[in-house]
Ligand binder design. Structure first.
Ligand code: URA
Length: 190
């Protein structure tokens, strides 16, 4: 497999015009964090604040994500955070299949560079783009899917938790699953 470098990937993202999303943005939002993280988190796409700052998950949903990570003793800079699409969809709409497909080489490259052992899929866009378009977040959340030694855990998107407090209990359960899996992996590979 030919592997591109981080620098090439960031340049590719910055110059990408593979779909029309780039036409209405202030900044590309490639993703950020520990390039060797065991845990990679995938969201949907940048919102308004992310678009202004060029950083993933820095708005209200991102602040909740930071607290959720802290609750399992993780700092943001210990994990790698990315989105399915790197450009903000107008009005925060869900990215189309074509837009997500156009951006997929970037996500694949991030995955190949980070080589995480665990991937937390936040919300249905991440779930459907990464695992299967037929999966539903309500039934898939909280259940591990293992593929080629990588553990995927679908969970609610933090924006959904902000809209519906009733989902927080399940989300907390999912975060504990992540913590337990990280511990298990650390114990089995020193
Ligand atoms: N929602 C996402 O899915 N990603 C972000 O970066 C911010 C909000």
């Amino acid at each position: 497999m030919i592997r591109i470098s981080w620098l090439e990937l960031l340049q590719d993202i910055q110059s990408c015009k593979s779909c029309s999303l780039h036409e209405n943005i202030q900044n590309k939002v490639p993703g950020q964090g520990n390039p060797n993280a065991r845990l990679m988190i995938i969201g949907e796409g940048p919102g308004a604040q992310e678009d202004r700052e060029g950083l993933a998950f820095v708005g209200p949903a991102g602040q909740l994500l930071t607290r959720m990570l802290k609750a399992i003793d993780l700092e943001r800079d210990e994990v790698y955070i990315a989105n399915v699409v790197k450009c903000r969809p107008p009005g925060n709409r869900v990215p189309s299949k074509e837009e997500a497909d156009a951006c997929k080489p970037h996500l694949r490259a991030q995955f190949a560079l980070v080589q995480p052992r665990i991937i937390l899929l936040m919300g249905s866009t991440a779930l459907q783009q990464v695992l299967s378009p037929d999966m539903r977040i309500t039934s898939a959340r909280g259940k591990w899917v293992e593929r080629k030694g990588i553990f995927f855990l679908p969970t609610f998107h933090p924006a959904a938790l902000l809209r519906d407090e009733g989902k927080k209990r399940d989300a907390w359960h999912d975060m504990q699953m992540v913590r337990d899996k990280l511990t298990e992996l650390e114990e089995s590979s020193p």
